[in-house]
Write a protein that binds this ligand. Sequence first.
Ligand code: FAD
Length: 510
Amino acid sequence: MMLAYMDHAAAAAEPDAGAEPAVAAVDAAECAAAMDFGGLVSARPAAVVRPASADDVASAIRAAARTAHLTVAARGNGHSVAGQAMARGGLVLDMRALPRRMQLVVAPSGEKFADVPGGALWEEVLHWAVSKHGLAPASWTDYLRLTVGGTLSNGGVSGQSFRYGPQVSNVAQLEVVTGDGECHVCSRSADPDLFFAVLGGLGQFGVITRARIPLSPAPQTVRWMRVVYASFADYAADAEWLVTRPPHEAFDYVEGFAFVRSDDPVNGWPTVPIPDGAHFDASLLPANAGPVLYCLEVALYQPGGGDGGGDDMDKRVGEMMRQLKYVRGLEFAAGVGYVDFLSRVNRVEDEARRNGSWAAPHPWLNLFISSRDIAAFDRAVLNGMLADGVDGPMLIYPMLKSNLPPMWDPATSVALPEGEIFYLVALLRFCRPYPGGGPPVDELVAQNNAIIDACRSNGYDYKIYFPSYHAQSDWSRHFGAKWSRFVDRKARYDPLAILAPGQNIFARTP
Ligand code: FAD
């Protein structure tokens, strides 16, 4: 059954109320769908629809299509930062309402998959797959309280991406309701154009109601290590060396972040040590260290089933670590369970909820920057504009475009830099509520814009990950050579431009 909370204006606009769900007025302030994690923009929908099935999603889209103006936004967990999952005066589909049914699928070849609803959190997929079947997907985001449909509409990256590909490369099949209200099952071989359009498609071509995710035996434990660099050149050279090693000689996870050379608990070296309580001996830093330092973070999985592979793992870790040029003495290591490792950001969330920064605005900026330009970016931005930090993590780590399967498939809608090796740079500002906690949010947004301007004016090979543009000329530049295909796909799958209006790419056709 589908329930909707609809204000009177929307109810009046509804042309076929008999076939549609019950409606009730709701106060805008109570409407979570008018807000998101970013806390920077707000757009009140006419109604929030709670679909119980793909048919309910299709009914809502068809109802919107019968009007001259209604749009439809799928909302995953609302963790966008610029209103991307909102629909001003339109319908918001609360994808979390889809029943949380997950199913193990075994192919004749023996390959195993999870069939999961588009509104499932990755955390739910992890717990179900590990506890029920001892299996797990290979590719994750750092934070798992994001929905399957939400990350597949963007990319889905983390320290596993260099080796296992992003989440958009780890899907076997999708069930998608397109902008004409039709439900399709698509894959690399069945309706591949729709399949690839939707992956990284910013919600523009269809609503993902189900995804089939490949599974492998879940590792049992993880060796998790962090080492510190004073030189960006050494940090980047080592990180790129690690992500270009053959799989059997590589870590399973390579990430890293920049931090400030100070004892500040949010921006400085206290953010580095693992496990909790380990000591960071700052006297080991070279005298010529600059204001910004770097922490390379790696992990190697250990299989379950009694085969820890201990000696081999020791050898592999030892061989790789020995060759790295980090500051000796500034190395940290912890052995943790696989689920604990993947859930590591939950502790950040708990702390941020306690200190109020989870509910405060998040003017985040995520960029993909080609390896060619990352040193210049580090000099101009991290060591220049952001030398005091951003009151949150400044992730900076490389991944590969295409040298290993599963790669970033150019058939998807994701826009990437030209370079074969590119870095994720994530400026994840956790500001306390203003006043009292930090600078006003407008200043931080202005600083983000200045960083983007610097990337553009310096001619860096970059793309914004989770872009928020308002002019179609900006979208055209963002997609570059992929823009005309993006426009064609929009005309094919959502000709009235009903879907995902919060991305501000296409205007609804009456
Ligand atoms: P929403 O924000 O609800 O939606 C995002 C977009 O996708 C909207 O346009 C929406 O309309 C569309 N959409 C949502 N569901 C569907 C669906 N079922 N079908 C079609 N379209 C849909 N990203 C990474 O890649 N790696 C990370 O490590 C990472 N960590 C994060 C940590 C935090 C704390 C936060 C807040 C975000 C993080 N992100 C990360 C970003 C995250 O991937 C995006 O915010 C993404 O939008 C997923 O969030 P969501 O599921 O809440 O989707």
